[in-house]
Design a protein. Structure first.
Ligand code: BGC
Ligand code: ZN
Length: 354
């Protein structure tokens, strides 16, 4: 069967090739991928900057954003069920993993499908343990491919709430920075809650991203016109800032955009070797005197997947066109280059029909 492969650590090795079909064995469920989303992590692996191949191998099957159908009845799943799968697998040793929360793994020895030590989902057939599969409602259809990035947002927002509510907290005004899939889906999730949501990004006013943000009742400001700092001053600061740019300078700057009791949630990644700075008064004075908090969040627990899918389903009913427009490019596996180069919200690799 065909699969999208890369050799982690070596740039420019992404290619479609034949690999042997997986066997379901007595524990697994055979799933036929319909669509696999592509994100910055896949681009980094294909650029040789990230990822680990499974033990004893040089190549890794890419793809961690799965939407598929169950190929054969097994373990309570029925042929034709629409499913997605969580990404991270337990290290088998730490308390978090043993409690079923590898998203909080304490050893760092977790595995991740399509990223770290386990083959991903960008192939014609995959096998997954039933406990890692999550049902996707038929009403969501192909948009179920957004479950993985939405689960990242759902976890960030769940943790932001836990941190915010360590003291009385009633957030109303939120800023999302970034118009990629994470920034966009965070904006959808927050709008569903009824928050006043602002989104700041680099896409120009009048761009497709700006249009989508407006369509769901959030307000878009382009970084070129008004800086997030000026905006924060104008509106009186934000209760919650969700950062999804992957720029360490922007990440640190979120502390200065918060109002009293505000929480900043960092979802982007920036591994560049550099120094970033912040006005001393923001951390040394405002953060303390105003009970502000900043935190990072990665991956997602099963509860976040369930919350994400439920929210996507509601978003799909309320803003069908806007959610549909988030998947701006669907190409067959062989055209993965186009998906990697796509500058819109989300590109996917189409492998089959529901
Ligand atoms: C994935 C996460 C994963 C992270 C780090 C992201 O692209 O969405 O599931 O934990 O990369 O590997
Ligand atoms: Zn990803």
């Amino acid at each position: 069967m065909r699969a999208l492969l890369a050799t982690p650590g070596v740039a420019g090795t992404a290619r479609v090739d034949d690999v042997s079909e997986p066997r379901a064995g007595h524990r697994g469920v055979l799933v036929r991928p319909i669509e696999v989303g592509v994100c910055g992590t896949d681009r980094e692996i294909s650029a040789g900057l990230f990822g680990i191949a499974p033990p004893g191998r040089e190549q890794l099957v890419l793809g961690h954003e799965l939407l598929g159908t169950v190929a054969r009845d097994a373990h309570g799943f029925t042929k034709g069920d629409l499913v997605t799968a969580t990404v991270r697998r337990s290290c088998g040793r730490c308390a978090a993993c043993l409690a079923g929360s590898p998203d909080s793994c304490d050893t760092g020895d977790y595995l991740e499908r399509g990223i770290t030590g386990l083959d991903g989902f960008a192939s014609e057939l995959v096998v997954e343990d039933p406990e890692n599969l999550v049902l996707v409602p038929a009403s969501l259809g192909r948009l179920g491919v957004l479950a993985e990035p939405a689960s990242i947002c759902a976890r960030g927002l769940r943790h932001a709430h836990l941190i915010g509510t360590r003291q009385p907290w009633a957030p109303t005004r939120t800023l999302v920075i970034g118009t990629g899939a994470i920034g966009m889906l965070a904006t959808f999730l927050l709008r569903l809650r009824g928050d006043e949501v602002w989104n700041a990004g680099l896409s120009p006013e009048g761009s497709e991203m700006a249009r989508l943000i407006g369509a769901i009742g959030a307000r878009y400001v382009t970084g070129a016109e008004v800086s997030a700092t000026a905006l924060a001053e104008e509106v009186g600061g934000f209760d919650l800032v969700v950062e999804a740019t992957g720029d360490a300078r922007v990440m640190l700057g979120t502390l200065g955009l918060l109002r009293r009791n505000g929480v900043a949630c960092l979802l982007g990644l920036d591994g560049r070797a550099q120094q970033v700075s912040l006005a001393g008064r923001v951390i040394g004075h405002d953060t303390v005197l105003q009970n502000r908090a900043i935190f990072g969040s990665v991956n997602a627990a099963r509860v976040d997947w369930l919350a994400a899918i439920e929210a996507l389903d509601r978003a799909c009913a309320r803003w069908p066109d806007a959610l549909e427009a988030c998947v701006g490019l669907r190409v067959p596996l062989e055209r993965f280059d186009e998906a990697f180069g796509f500058a819109g919200v989300k590109a996917t690799l189409a492998l089959g029909e529901p």
